[in-house]
Design a protein around this ligand. Structure first.
Ligand SMILES: Cc1cc2nc3c(=O)[nH]c(=O)nc-3n(C[C@H](O)[C@H](O)[C@H](O)COP(=O)(O)O)c2cc1C
Length: 171
């Protein structure tokens, strides 16, 4: 699909069919994740594929925002590996790195006829504990992935876009 069409097609899916993803589908999503750029190519991101009944039960217990999808990717980054800006104290690339990697997965999922929802409103530390995430990793976002339910539809917010004149400044 042409990218503009893909971007128009995407919306946050919050209701999924039970249909499991095949290993080939998961592999394809992971393959595209590995094409994403990261700061200095440090690749500090880690992807946890929550797909076992146990892992899915855990994540659905912690947050309603896993939406009982058949698979949930949890993205973290290794705090020791992400790029640090030597010219600006406190600026580092971990969240940006994870975001661009997850964005690659999000759009490839649409291309594959799947839906996703970007989720950052979950108890990150509780999730890190639940899945024994190493101390030096930070959990950033969840991406539930699956076939949208028959009655899934975009929320009202989906089409509420500011006019570009409010957003863009030509200098
Ligand atoms: C950084 C970020 C965090 C988000 N966190 C959540 C979330 O925790 N729960 C949720 O249901 N949706 C979440 N969303 C989805 C947004 O609410 C959604 O993208 C927005 O309302 C526009 O709707 P659309 O994705 O259908 O176009 C998040 C999206 C982004 C980009």
């Amino acid at each position: 699909m042409e990218f503009m069409e893909l971007a128009k097609e995407r919306y946050s899916v919050r209701k999924y069919k039970d249909t499991k993803l095949t290993q080939e589908q998961i592999d394809r999503l992971l393959e595209v994740s590995n094409l994403a750029p990261t700061g200095k190519n440090n690749q500090p991101h880690r992807i946890y594929v929550l797909q076992s009944d146990e892992a899915l039960a855990k994540i659905n217990e912690i947050t309603p925002c896993a939406f009982h999808a058949p698979v949930v990717f949890m993205f973290t980054y290794n705090k020791d590996e992400d790029w640090k800006n030597a010219r600006e104290e406190g600026i580092h690339s971990g969240i940006e790195d994870v975001s661009i990697v997850a964005t690659h997965v999000m759009f490839e999922a649409v291309e594959m006829g799947l839906g996703t929802c970007w989720v950052n409103a979950y108890p990150n530390i509780e999730a890190e504990k639940a899945f024994n995430i190493p101390e030096n990793e930070k959990s950033v976002l969840l991406l539930p992935i699956g076939y949208p339910a028959e009655d899934s539809e975009p929320s009202e917010r989906h089409t509420l876009k500011k006019d570009l004149s409010e957003i863009v400044r030509y200098l």
